[in-house]
Write a protein that binds this ligand. Structure first.
Ligand SMILES: [Fe+2]
Ligand SMILES: [Fe+2]
Length: 184
């Protein structure tokens, strides 16, 4: 009986209006969905870049540690390298949680300006440490930028923030050590 009433003229107009409203609602929703999908892609891309960057840093640390005469600095840098190993794992986990596979090595583009190739030709502790400081400036910027990504989940933000704190600590120690050695 109710169905029959909908077929009246007024009912038909209502139906048409409802249909139009529904259509624009779904257009809105699908736009929304598209934007959400794009920001998800941006997060995954940024997380993968962080993993590749941390692999790049590990190789630079290996080269630096090999070449340093300063044993105290070499020991410290070994612990920083381990932080980067941990970062490849914890950011890699975030990539996997989003259903994708994280990189298992550095990107061919090599984001660090003083990567292992440059490091291999450097001589002198101060020169090596300054190169590593330049690298850590890049890791700091990268993690700081990642913190500002839209649509990060709370656990993702806390992992990125914790890693960022490591990067800040790395750069601060290296810079301070260069200063200490200069005045020693
Ligand atoms: Fe790192
Ligand atoms: Fe670092």
């Amino acid at each position: 009986m109710a169905r029959r009433r909908l077929r009246t003229r007024t009912g038909g107009q209502h139906h048409e209006l409802a249909h139009r409203l529904l259509k624009s609602f779904w257009q809105f929703r699908s736009q929304d969905h598209k934007e959400k999908h794009m920001s998800d892609k941006a997060v995954i891309k940024a997380l993968k870049e962080l993993v590749a960057l941390d692999y790049d840093a590990i190789e630079a640390y290996d080269a630096a540690i090999d070449r340093l005469d300063d044993k105290e600095a070499a020991k410290k840098l070994e612990s920083f390298k381990q932080d980067h190993v941990r970062h490849t794992a914890n950011i890699g986990d975030l990539v996997r949680k989003r259903g994708e596979t994280p990189p298992d090595g550095p990107d061919f583009k090599r984001i660090l300006t003083k990567g292992k190739v440059v490091l291999a030709d450097l001589i002198g502790d101060k020169t090596i440490l300054m190169a590593m400081s330049a690298n850590e400036k890049i890791t700091n910027v990268a993690y700081d930028k990642a913190r500002g990504l839209d649509d990060l989940q709370p656990n993702e933000l806390s992992v990125i923030n914790a890693n960022y704190a490591d990067e800040q600590r790395h750069k601060a120690w290296i810079d301070q050590h260069i200063k200490d050695k200069a005045t020693a």
